[in-house]
Write a protein that binds this ligand. Structure first.
Ligand code: AMP
Length: 210
């Protein structure tokens, strides 16, 4: 968990690789549906453009379907879910059904100034979802992903007025669920200001050796 631009996606991908576990990223799943023009994408697009949360029932549906697959036995990481009280309640229900539970909630702390700068310089791969920063992690070839050669783009919702609205949405709808996990003693804080090459050490300190 963490505000928009705090580095959830970057960390989730690093953790997924380190521990060789699937990463379930609702933002990427929704963006994919939008670019493929599926029914789900059509329903989600308007909310995403405005920086609003996509309707709970839609997001819960895609997560539930994804978590029904058989590749999660060795663990998984959720990135960008849950983001509301209803989603957190649904997650408890889904996990109960799977007879498993969340070990750790990683909460990423970052200053608003850092986030605004980071998001305006962020570029994402339209093919594999890899994330770049034009100054701190530039692609080797301008506009192209190092991993798959896919085209890099600046997300519509990474523009200043939408970012500010995403912050408000985060504070109102998502931040309150942190308390739920704090009461269960699950929350570990991560420093959202550190450099990308320091992240895996911090992860290992918190989650233990892969
Ligand atoms: P992200 O890539 O995580 O920043 O998500 C981008 C956008 O996708 C958000 O601003 C929401 O519109 C939508 N989204 C992603 N995850 C969720 C979620 N769990 N609940 C509702 N909307 C979501």
């Amino acid at each position: 968990m963490g505000p928009p631009g705090s580095g959830k996606g970057t960390r989730a991908k690093i953790i997924g690789k380190m521990y060789d576990i699937p990463v379930i990223t609702t933002g990427d799943m929704l963006r994919e549906a939008v670019s493929e023009g599926t029914e789900l994408g059509k329903q989600a697009e308007g909310y995403m453009k405005k920086g609003e949360l996509v309707r709970d029932d839609i997001v819960i549906g895609i997560v539930e379907e994804r978590m029904g697959k058989s590749d999660l036995d060795r663990g998984f990481i959720l990135d960008g879910f849950p983001r509301s009280v209803r989603q957190a309640e649904a997650l408890d229900r889904i996990l109960n059904k799977l007879e498993t539970m969340i070990d750790t909630v990683l909460y990423i702390d970052a200053k608003p100034e850092t986030i605004l700068e980071r998001l305006s310089l962020r570029r994402s791969c339209s093919n594999c979802g890899a994330i770049y920063h034009l100054i701190y992690k530039p692609p080797e070839n301008e506009g192209a992903c190092n991993e798959c050669g896919g085209e890099l783009f600046h997300r519509d919702d990474d523009r200043e007025e939408i970012i500010l609205h995403r912050f408000e949405v985060y504070e109102k709808q998502t931040y309150p669920i942190l308390e739920r996990y704090e009461n269960r003693g699950k929350v570990q804080r991560m420093d959202g200001e550190i450099n990308i090459d320091e992240i895996s050490d911090e992860v290992e300190r918190i989650l233990g050796p892969p």
